[in-house]
Design a protein around this ligand. Structure first.
Ligand SMILES: *Cc1c(COP(=O)(O)O)cnc(C)c1O
Length: 415
């Protein structure tokens, strides 16, 4: 990937683009929300559809010349319906946050009540954090995981819902390693007359492949991102039943967005098409098997794995017991030096600052795309442990960096 056209007009940007491809090739990309899309998705995203205004929906646009935009959006919608089994799908949200915004805008008035998981316990900014519009427009209370087990405390959630009487309960998380029991949350929502929004941003691909239970057809609204465990390029999606379809569509456009990013919708169409192939199910199964192998490796090395393991694509490690002097930020920095890219993360019962929390979060979607399997992940777990344990020892970091180079060479990307 040389970007010759960009280089011709803008060498500085070309340098950054090529640099980013090389960075992705040469590092272990273990940020749980990231992945590597196919070259076909990249090509679709770089298409001339970026030039096209297509406000509205297929067959009912506010602009002329939308026939190909219509084709692409219809393909994306039909494939999404097949992947997730949804009655109604809107593929226009620019991001997962925009998808959530559409649901809130469709169903809530300012001041209405949201009950969602605390950010420190694995929730997301767009679920009611004070720094996000959701925390500013709505009345938010938050539930938590059980700090002992790391699992959602469903009984406490039920009690809290009864006392708070929310208008919407949000499930679906950013740093929760366990399978979510959608029906239990739906029962709570039903019992207090709240809507249930299941935000499957992280696990869209796992749900599509059937390796994680699906909230589609259970929760009133399901939102997701299209660039995490599903490799369809950056963007968001909303799924709902026919009864809320018009409200959701109106909330996406004109409610919260203008012209859809048709080039990204083309990427979604291609990525969803790829996910409908049988190989995608094997991919998703491997993602989870790899995360399990990583969690086992960490535990064998004496690291504390939150909830004792994982059912998903991510592993959350609480460093406080094993490495009281190493913050998540220290670990993130040292690992980045060794070309292992993951992020510091808060853990249940967080005692440090959210800017330098006590844990690290590691995901397997990206490595699995490159063909890493369980044995590789066990080794990667050991490498991560060595760096965390090294207390800044440059020789250890350099040694790990050399081994990472061998691993990335053996699993090429974007050839
Ligand atoms: C990643 C994520 C989103 C979407 O984030 P965007 O960056 O806006 O696409 C939404 N909800 C959760 C739970 C997430 O983890």
């Amino acid at each position: 990937m040389e970007y010759p056209e960009v280089r011709e007009v803008d060498p500085a940007v070309a340098d950054a683009l090529v640099g980013e491809v090389d960075r992705q090739r040469e590092t272990l990309s273990m940020i749980a929300s990231e992945n590597h899309v196919s070259k076909a998705v990249l090509e679709a995203q770089g298409s001339a559809l970026t030039n096209k205004y297509a406000e509205g929906y297929p067959g009912a646009r506010y602009y002329a010349g939308c026939e190909f935009a219509d084709d692409v959006e219809e393909l994306a919608v039909e494939r999404a319906k097949e992947l997730w089994g949804a009655e109604h799908v809107n593929v226009q949200p620019h991001s997962g946050t925009q998808a959530n915004m559409a649901v809130y805008l469709a169903m809530l008035d300012p001041g209405d009540r949201i009950l969602s998981l605390e950010l420190n316990h694995g929730g997301h900014l767009s679920h009611g954090h004070p720094a996000n519009f959701t925390g500013q427009l709505y009345d938010v209370e938050q539930y938590r995981v059980d700090e002992e087990t790391g699992y959602i405390d469903y009984d406490a959630l039920a009690e809290q819902a009864e006392a708070f009487e929310p208008d919407v309960i949000v499930s679906g998380y950013s740093a929760y390693p366990r399978e979510v029991e959608w029906e239990r949350i739906q029962d709570v929502a039903d019992s207090v007359g709240a809507y249930h929004l299941a935000d499957i941003a992280h696990i869209t691909g796992l749900v599509a492949a059937g390796v994680h239970d699906s909230p589609v057809g259970v929760a009133d609204f399901v939102t997701g991102s299209t660039h995490k465990t599903i490799r369809a390029g950056r963007g968001g999606i909303v799924m709902t039943g026919e009864e809320h379809a018009d409200d959701v569509d109106a909330a996406v456009f004109p409610g919260g967005q203008g012209g859809p990013l048709m080039h990204n919708i083309a990427g979604k169409a291609v990525g969803f098409g790829e996910a409908l192939e049988p190989e995608f199910e094997a991919y998703a199964e491997q993602v989870v098997a790899n995360a399990e192998a990583l969690a086992e490796s960490f535990a064998d090395d004496g690291l504390e794995v939150v909830s004792g393991g994982t059912d998903t694509h991510l592993v959350l490690v609480d460093l406080r017991e094993s490495h009281p002097d190493v913050s998540g930020g220290d670990a993130e920095d040292a690992l980045a030096d060794a070309n292992v890219v993951l992020n510091a993360n808060t853990v249940p019962g967080e005692t440090r600052s959210p800017f330098d929390p006590s844990g690290i979060r590691a995901g397997t979607p990206g490595l699995t795309t490159r063909g890493f399997e369980e044995d590789d992940l066990r080794e990667v777990g050991d490498l991560i442990h060595r760096v965390v344990d090294a207390d800044g020892d440059e020789a250890v970091v350099a040694d790990v960096r050399d081994r990472v180079a061998e691993l990335t060479d053996a699993h090429p990307l974007y050839e």
